[in-house]
Ligand binder design. Structure first.
Ligand SMILES: Nc1ncnc2c1ncn2[C@@H]1O[C@H](COP(=O)(O)OP(=O)(O)OP(=O)(O)O)[C@@H](O)[C@H]1O
Ligand SMILES: O=C(O)c1ccc[n+]([C@@H]2O[C@H](COP(=O)([O-])O)[C@@H](O)[C@H]2O)c1
Length: 219
């Protein structure tokens, strides 16, 4: 049985924080590989500055190129309508019953999970890998787990097993203070992106300069 991490995101564009999050989770949870899943129709972040799926996915291809253990999964482009995570995970579990999955998310997303579409089904289906975004996140996640899943069994600091058998693992990631919004803002101001995104991502944006400008600068 392969142990697989799934990192969903808009990736508008993918940046070094995403790559580091994927690599840290891969290593800390001893996963076989991590799949980055660009959201085809993001359920929560629709807007004129959202680049089309293929361009965002091509940038994720460029970001993982040559990085052992990271892959791109375009599964969300195979269906129409909002790309709800619960539907993606249902499909992956049906089509790959021999794999064990960890859905990777920043700690703030864990707190938002009850507001996602059938969000509380997610930890019943797959394991969660929850990464810190700020220093207090382990304490906050610990309190959230105690409140939300009182029957979860703590198996050590930052590790819990839920009643149904899935688990939540906290992953401690060095803070890389970059976001896609920050990258878009810098790009629109004509600034270089060195150190914020992998080189291949910067080249994709340069190659599609006019198209990207129409969406990012105009909005
Ligand atoms: N710098 C970072 N370090 C660790 N995790 C991150 C970082 N940026 C984003 N993530 C996580 O990566 C996942 C996908 O994020 P997403 O594609 O929305 O990027 P974003 O930078 O948060 O985007 P935006 O600025 O457009 O809101 C989420 O789980 C998010 O918490
Ligand atoms: O399914 C939902 O309702 C849902 C709501 C918010 C976010 N998500 C997913 O969570 C992942 C990270 O989201 P974001 O906003 O950080 O890009 C991405 O795969 C989104 O599709 C999913």
């Amino acid at each position: 049985m392969a142990r697989i991490g799934l990192l969903g995101g808009c990736f508008n564009p993918v940046h070094n924080g995403h790559v580091r999050l994927a690599v840290e989770t891969l290593e800390q949870l001893a996963l076989d590989w991590v799949e980055l899943i660009p959201a085809a129709v993001p359920p929560h972040k629709a807007g004129p500055d959202m680049l089309d799926f293929e361009l965002r996915a091509a940038m994720v291809d460029a970001a993982v190129d040559g990085v052992a253990g990271l892959r791109v999964n375009r599964v969300e482009a195979e269906r129409s309508g909002p790309s709800y995570t619960v539907d993606t995970l249902t499909l992956l579990r049906e089509t790959r019953p021999g794999d064990e999955f960890w859905f990777i998310m920043g700690a703030c997303d864990l707190h938002a999970l009850p507001h996602w579409n059938r969000g509380m089904r997610i930890p019943e289906m797959v394991n969660l890998a929850v990464a810190n975004r700020i220093d207090e996140d382990l304490d906050r996640v610990t309190a959230f787990v105690a409140e939300t899943w009182p029957d979860a069994v703590c198996e050590g600091e930052g590790a819990w097993r839920f009643g149904g058998g899935t688990r939540l693992d906290f992953v401690c990631v060095p803070r890389i203070d970059v976001s896609s919004s920050f990258v878009r803002e810098r790009w629109c101001a004509g600034r270089r992106l060195r150190g914020l995104v992998p080189g291949g991502v910067e080249r994709c944006l340069d190659a599609e300069r006019e198209r990207v400008a129409r969406q990012w600068v105009a909005s």
